[in-house]
Design a protein around this ligand. Structure first.
Ligand SMILES: C[S@@+](CC[C@H](N)C(=O)[O-])C[C@H]1O[C@@H](n2cnc3c(N)ncnc32)[C@H](O)[C@@H]1O
Ligand code: SF4
Length: 394
């Protein structure tokens, strides 16, 4: 795969979705469920292997991401089974990046060792905050101290590439509290950081609380001050802001995310997982039971398939790509989607004139002013391709 003609976004990545969590966090709209019945975990693993056999025929993936949900929630026996079944069908040891998401409350030395022995090269752990009242507000199932211990456990397993997720602008959070969170996470010496501005996703507890007036979001000025403080502090600590919310330290950027942002092909397995191949996006049935039932009956786990029009594909590539520090290479997008990007020119020219975008070679890149308005610029580019797609229920 890594020959001289390889371009970023070439090849196929694999995403494995483990849909179980110990609690449902108030802000999270990912497809995850609190399920105590371990027989459901077994059925999930049975179906996962069946789907992997059915869907993965691409040799060595560009990258693998075992995410969720909470992969580390599985008990040691089932956790081992997860990695054994993946290793039976995918050459994990040959992949340049195999990431696993880990949650502080369920990380153990045994699970970290199992993951490492099966080729995991990168661990990504959600910490979100070090303040007890914010952790409670977010419904996190761990303390700040437990998060620090779990980080030490991952490090002691020999993992040299550990990323930590943090969230800022929790309602009521002060700039001083966020500064303190940044200092405390830096003391762990992570190799990569993701710092997300809290969003209120429809369907979540926080969204309902917001709509019913029980909570109030921080004002825009506070959001912006925290965003800028993050960039400044992490730059001083040697982290490169290679994407709006992502900061590469010694571990470098996440190859898996970069592959998504560059519109690379990927296969997603597990309930609710999406796949994207050559402009066709499929999304799996959401609940564990409906998905496992279909897969174990020998039928596809996908509920829908959407053929993206070339212009829509290009629009998505620009929307995601513009968030990267290096911007998005228009020639590469045009080549990959086989469409002329001229419909985007008026929008690009308008944002250039407003000082939000610049051209660098064949790429467009956000200026420092544009970085603050990335959602607006990206949204404008996305809307250029937004006629209704051809969508088909399977
Ligand atoms: C899919 S979640 C899974 C991570 C893992 N289960 C955990 O909780 O640590 C990945 C990350 O997305 C971020 N995230 C999810 N929903 C968010 C939201 N509404 N606003 C901001 N960040 C969010 C969190 O930082 C979280 O760690
Ligand atoms: S943030 Fe993580 S632990 Fe919380 S519900 Fe979402 S996936 Fe589960």
């Amino acid at each position: 795969m890594a020959n001289s003609t390889w371009l970023p976004g070439d090849g196929t990545s694999l995403y494995v979705h483990v849909p179980f969590c110990v609690v449902k966090c108030g802000y999270c709209d990912f497809n995850s469920y609190v399920v105590d019945d371990r027989s459901v975990h077994d059925r999930f693993l049975d179906a996962l292997e069946a789907e992997l056999v059915r869907e993965w025929r691409f040799g060595t993936p560009v990258s693998v991401f075992v995410g969720g949900g909470t992969p580390t929630l599985l008990d040691p026996e089932r956790f081992r089974r997860l990695f054994e079944l993946l290793a039976r069908h995918v050459p994990l040891g040959e992949c340049r990046e195999v990431t696993m998401e880990a949650n502080p409350e369920s990380v153990t030395a045994e699970k970290a060792a199992i993951a490492r022995a099966h080729g995991v090269t990168r661990m990504s752990m959600g910490v979100q905050s070090f303040h007890p009242h914010h952790l409670r507000f977010l419904d996190r199932a761990h303390t700040a101290e437990r998060a620090e211990e779990a980080f030490a456990v991952l490090r002691a397993s020999g993992c040299e590439n550990i990323s930590v997720d943090m969230i800022f602008s929790v309602p009521g959070q002060t700039l001083a509290e966020w500064h303190a969170d940044l200092e405390r996470v830096l003391r762990l010496r992570p190799d990569h950081l993701s710092c997300y501005n809290l969003t209120f996703e429809p369907g979540t507890r926080l969204h309902r609380d917001l709509q019913q007036g029980r909570i109030e979001p921080n004002d825009e000025e506070t959001d912006r001050a925290m965003f800028l403080a993050t960039r400044e502090r992490l730059a001083a600590a040697g982290f490169e802001a290679y994407e709006i919310s992502n900061f590469a330290g010694r571990g470098g950027p996440s190859r898996h995310n970069d592959h998504y942002w560059l519109q690379g092909d990927y296969v997603g397995i597990g309930p609710g997982a999406s796949s994207h191949r050559r402009g066709v996006r499929c999304t799996n049935l959401k609940t564990v039971e409906s998905w496992a039932g279909a897969v174990l009956d020998g039928t596809p786990g996908a509920a829908s398939a959407e053929t993206l029009r070339p212009l829509q594909r290009a629009a998505e590539a620009l929307w995601l790509g513009i968030r990267r520090r290096d911007g998005v290479d228009l020639d590469l997008v045009a080549r990959r989607t086989a469409v002329s990007l001229s419909p985007f020119e008026p929008t690009i020219v308008r944002h250039e004139a407003a000082g939000l975008l610049v051209r660098r070679g064949t790429s467009i890149v956000l200026t420092p002013a544009g970085v603050l308005l990335a959602d607006m610029v990206g949204g404008d580019l996305l809307s250029v391709g937004s006629e209704r797609p051809g969508s088909e229920r399977l």
